[in-house]
Design a protein around this ligand. Structure first.
Ligand SMILES: [Zn+2]
Length: 548
């Protein structure tokens, strides 16, 4: 049905019109996080994003009308930026009544509005507000609603039923909510979705195949998040060009009754990585963080649905992106806490992968004795494709606990590497292991999850030369990969995606569209991984760094 052609013909980049950006001060912001209009404009230039619908935090956290008008003044004269106003219901004396409000929206050419029923404390489901929404529907203005502004998805369903003529755009839905969101998208054609957190493996392919292409909007929540991360999901989508254009910006333009940027904005000083990605061309790279499901599965239990998450499914997508090697680990052995079954699953999956892909085994000190672990260890590493150690935090045992020592000693002798998702909130486990087992390369997963974590990761990498920082995480914060590379050195940062739990394309675009040099991107996407696995993995010698 899709991924029929794993090495796609390059396409002309569509015009990107970002449906979900937000500027303005906010509570508890880390000083490194982006937040201003200047950040937004600079990110658009960097990632070749031609236009954006702009929200402002102060329209929620200060008087909405006052801040809405200020936002419109701020964006006035910029043909690429469109204000999205926050509305309050009528009747409280804080906001104009429907008639003058309609006049104000027309006067300031406001084509889209948002509501914040939780933050602004009002009941958007009350029948009393029905005329308010019916009027918006008649005027053809889409209403933006963030996931964090509703309780359960039953509230969204009631809203959609009550307002059948009102285009609703849901932002902030997460990939772990697919079982709620997918049925709603199919049932209500007036529901639209941005996917800055809905990083569903093979998601656009699935949704377009289901006939939902008119309901999908590129939206990034820049400048907090990277615009490039989220455009890469569209750039590399295996969908018809007509659908790519709609998702990149055409659907938003339609919802705004034809408004949108008239000219494409292209970063004339982009490097070869960004150029290739914008045209959907594969870029050779290595992925340090990949899970795999048993053949034929589309999910991993729990809240994890993973479209085409088995070996053949992930390999098709990896080829499309240009992934030439990487480390596979199980899902059932890590998140599912069945290490023995997980190692079997990984070994079976490796059969369908090229020899430049390797395996990470998981061992479990909470269900098995020391001698049982030693037997399992010998058995799994008899297979030379296994060169990695992947303990997991769900087992609840900190990695510097003595029960793990035989594994680390074994890995230290054989020159293995480990991928650590920390059990403890600090880096004490990593520091303890890095000092005691110098021959192991300790790769810390999710080092780019947030800036506070990145600061701890940098301090640890500076102290220990055998510590490396792998990036993958849903928030895809703008500037954080650059921050890690500046702090720890670009030789110490590694690309990993966590597929198929997340789609790899956002994580990939996060690196590709960063402001790092092409040289640094090559290290993060390729060369540093060879340094980590090279000592114990002979086929790594066959992977030459691409000449991009
Ligand atoms: Zn993972």
């Amino acid at each position: 049905m899709y991924f029929s052609d794993p090495t796609p013909a390059p396409h002309e980049p569509p015009l990107y019109f970002d449906a979900w950006t937000e500027i303005g001060p906010r509570a508890r912001k880390h000083r490194e996080e982006s937040w201003s209009l200047e950040h937004l404009r600079s990110e658009m230039e960097q990632c070749s994003i031609s236009g954006a619908l702009v929200a402002d935090t102060q329209t929620v956290h200060y008087d909405p009308l006052f801040a809405n008008l200020r936002l419109s003044r701020l964006l006035e004269g910029d043909p690429r930026l469109y204000a999205c106003w926050n509305l309050l219901p009528p009747g409280t004396g804080e906001f104009p009544e429907p008639e003058p409000l309609a006049g104000l929206l027309r006067e300031h050419d406001v084509r889209a509005v948002a509501i914040h029923p939780r933050s602004n404390s009002w009941d958007f489901l009350s029948p009393l507000h029905q005329p308010f929404f019916e009027r918006l529907a008649r005027e053809g203005r889409p209403v933006f609603l963030a996931r964090s502004e509703i309780g359960g998805y039953d509230e969204l369903e009631r809203f959609l039923r009550a307002c059948p003529g009102l285009p609703v755009v849901l932002t902030g839905a997460v990939w772990s909510e697919q079982r709620f969101v997918l049925p709603l998208l199919r049932a209500f054609s007036h529901l639209h979705l941005t996917f800055e957190r809905f990083q569903v493996h093979c998601g656009l392919e699935r949704l377009v195949a289901d006939g939902l292409e008119d309901q999908l909007l590129y939206g990034s929540q820049a400048p907090l998040r990277s615009m490039g991360a989220h455009r890469a999901y569209v750039d590399y989508a295996d969908i018809p060009e007509s659908a790519r254009k709609k998702i990149a910006g055409g659907n938003l333009r339609r919802l705004l009754n034809g408004a949108g940027p008239s000219a494409a904005l292209v970063n004339r000083s982009e490097d070869a990585f960004m150029h290739a990605a914008r045209h959907g061309r594969p870029i050779e790279h290595i992925d340090l963080h990949m899970h795999v499901l048993d053949t034929g599965l589309n999910g991993g239990g729990g809240w994890y649905r993973m479209e085409q998450g088995d070996g053949p499914g992930i390999l098709r997508l990896l080829r499309r992106l240009g992934c030439v090697g990487g480390g596979l680990m199980s899902w059932n052995g890590t998140v599912g806490c069945d290490a023995v079954e997980g190692n079997r699953c990984t070994a079976a999956a490796l059969e369908s992968f090229p020899e430049t892909f390797w395996g990470l085994a998981t061992l479990d000190p909470s269900h098995y004795s020391r001698s049982e672990l030693e037997c399992q260890m010998e058995a799994v590493y008899r297979d030379p494709r296994f060169i990695g150690m992947k303990p997991y935090f769900h087992y609840g045992v900190p990695y510097h606990d003595a029960s793990y020592d035989p594994w680390w000693q074994y890995g230290n002798r054989r020159g293995f590497y480990a991928l650590l998702h920390r059990v403890l909130p600090d880096f004490s486990e990593v520091a303890s292991l890095a000092a005691r087992y110098p021959a192991v390369r300790w790769v810390v997963a999710h080092s780019a999850s947030d800036f506070a974590t990145a600061e701890m990761a940098i301090a640890c990498a500076r102290e220990f030369p055998n510590v490396y920082l792998e990036i993958t995480y849903t928030p895809t914060l703008r500037g954080i990969i650059e921050f890690l590379a500046r702090g720890a050195g670009e030789e110490r940062v590694l690309y990993g995606s966590d597929l198929p739990m997340r789609d790899p394309r956002q994580q990939f675009g996060w690196v590709v569209f960063s402001s790092l040099s092409a040289r640094a991107k090559r290290k993060i996407l390729f060369e540093n991984a060879l340094k980590v696995v090279g000592p114990s993995f002979a086929p790594a010698a066959r992977l030459a760094s691409p000449d991009l």
